[in-house]
Design a protein around this ligand. Sequence first.
Ligand SMILES: CC(C)CCC[C@@H](C)[C@H]1CC[C@H]2[C@@H]3CC=C4C[C@@H](O)CC[C@]4(C)[C@H]3CC[C@]12C
Length: 391
Amino acid sequence: MSPQSQSIASFNGDLSSLTAPPFILSTTSLTEYSAYWAEHPDVFVAPAKEADPEKRALLVLKWFLSTLHQQYCSRSEKLGSEKKPLNPFLGELFIGKWEGGADVGETSLISEQVSHHPPATAYAIRNEKHGVELQGYNAQKASFSSTILVKQIGHALYSLTPSGSQEKETYMITLPNLHIESLIYGSPFVELEKSSKIVSSSGYTAKIDFSGKGWLSGKKNTFTASLYKTAEGEKKPLYTVDGQWSDKFNIKDARSKDVIDSWSAKENQTTPLTLAPLEHQDLYESRRAWSDVATNIQKGDMDAVSGYKSRIENAQRELRRVEKEEGREWERRFFNRIESDDAQVQALAKEADLAFETDKTGGIWRFDAKKAEGAQPPYFKVGGEGLGLTE
Ligand SMILES: CC(C)CCC[C@@H](C)[C@H]1CC[C@H]2[C@@H]3CC=C4C[C@@H](O)CC[C@]4(C)[C@H]3CC[C@]12C
């Protein structure tokens, strides 16, 4: 048996324990993936400007669908194949902002590794000007059956206060399952499976069905979606959407059958995320913490890679040891673990068929805006508690 298949045979579902050949290693940590939710900030805030609740729910669906290209195929398009991201360490941060035009304003991103065993990443994306917030967390559980199957555990909550209203509207978003295709040809890419739901407190539900390589079109990344009144059910759609999430899709009014809107991933450029320069970043910020590892992955110096990785891992082990000794746990910088959420969120979760599975995410994680107020790097005191990354 090769070492590769041995590691598969003893695989426990934790993707971070999977060994991959050097050419498949990415220099990017999973904490960075949270940014995929808002790389089109104008689409992210668009629902807040819509006065009609039905159209607002449709714009939330459109935004969700528009994120899928970046979430699930930007690596294979940019780098030639899907890659294995760096495993974030507990407390790792990825912080940045998107400068929109005068109309969009600034959108900020906070991403934090809130759990290490099991690995879970939480994020908050906010646009103050439009009163839009997305927060969520996710973990992955993998299994093998001719390829890598990945179940996503976690959810996202999108909220806004419609213009001219006082009442906050919340959308519960569930995450799709996925699998890796073309693994044996050495050019792995992601295909989405089953379905995702977006259930709103305003009484609308969107259901997205991922059908992979469409049996009619023969094209990969095919999906259909419909938006309906939660109380009336899937059989009475108000709008339908179909196409490829990695390319183009059309939005139709289900009553008139007219195409009323569309999206093309290739024609809509992403807005770059602005980060603090490396030297101004905190030691816990992803790019800074992983910079030596990343440089050596690029150079193909795998000995140096494992040396620098061990440095991080050993420093982390030492922190965990001291915490255990002192009977405390690592304080999350921007998020809190909560026992259960309010009745509204629970009702939305039920409608969305969401099971919290807290044992697989280390808990339910919620953003704490107070912790983020006026946050400036360094986010952590360095010294005794440092990562051991500075000399
Ligand atoms: C490429 C093969 C050989 C190695 C396996 C890599 C695994 C660890 C990669 C491949 C695709 C990746 C997923 C791609 C996109 C997302 C969406 C993001 O919002 C959360 C992370 C998540 C869910 C990634 C988790 C890690 C992942 C499953």
